[in-house]
Design a protein. Sequence first.
Length: 364
Amino acid sequence: MLLITCPYGLSSILNNDIKKLWHKSFDTFDTWTFVDGWLAQATHINLSSRIANKVYLRTHEPSLCTNFDDLFDLTTSIDRSQYISKGHGVSIKVHLRQSIIDSASSSQSIIHKAIMTSLTWSKEATWDIDPDLKAQSLFVVINKNVCTIYINTSGDSLHNRWYKDATGDAPLKENLAAALIQLANRKYSEPLIDPCCGSWTLCIEAAMLAKNVAPGLDRYFAFEQFPCFDKPSFEVLREKAESSIYSKPYPIFWYDIDPEMIEIAKKNAKNAGVEEAITFEAHDILDTEPSYPNNATIVSNPPYWIRLPWDSLDKIHEEFAQKISKKTVIITGYPGAKKYFPYLARSNKNTKNGSEEVKIYLSK
């Protein structure tokens, strides 16, 4: 069983993303969904999902735990040798809800001791941490006295793509940008425009989607250090993903007022292998040009107070509202945006970009 997390409020987009990968999700909540499968399925989703944050593998059937002895016995009963070997550090996050066990820190200590016991056959044994090995991460949920232990197969969040050399201020997370592109539901032959790109993320994610570039290419995953990791099968999967990339260029246009940001964007687009799919131009959103084609899809993260002073925001959003098309997706943390995009405000989603609360406005 797999637990797959995503940005807040975007689990329906995650479900569609997983469906396109020929997996079936169920029991969906605001920030996660479940998928039947084991490490082979986790490997595929890590490599190819554009929306997921992390992919967790359930290590056992959910079990009743009403005290620390139950928790210790459950942890030692799991075949940890499949996932953790000597030399690895182990980080443990515990989530408690309506349970007799009510101390997360004590639960962490018990689980850590149980892991060492299961690997060394001694409750007193310890091992030296190998600095060349990344720590494995466990996510433990005890909900209404039922305990489930998951291991993180992703490592760092999947929004960390391999192509980033630098970013601008208040960058948009890559999986959130990919979600906006999917919400736009554009035809790849039609123009896609970001009129005030700032960070380069939206256009690069749009080009990667159009060219079918797997978002997990050329990055490290935690499952690569599992003792049970099937490296030859993973290499076949990676090679298949690389051979499935389309070479056709696509009409994607990136505008920004800052020439330095254009150079950063070009470099990151080149790293992603999509530089030929994007047209980069220096342009101020407050200028009257360029004009956009009637069939253009506008997807953008307009500036707001993190990047600009308050007195500039109304002018920018008013000008921006005059340029948007009937096919538009906008993400912003600016509370005043609603009055400038009234027809977009009829359909919106609340989400987060990291810890920052933002709203997605989209045309229907």
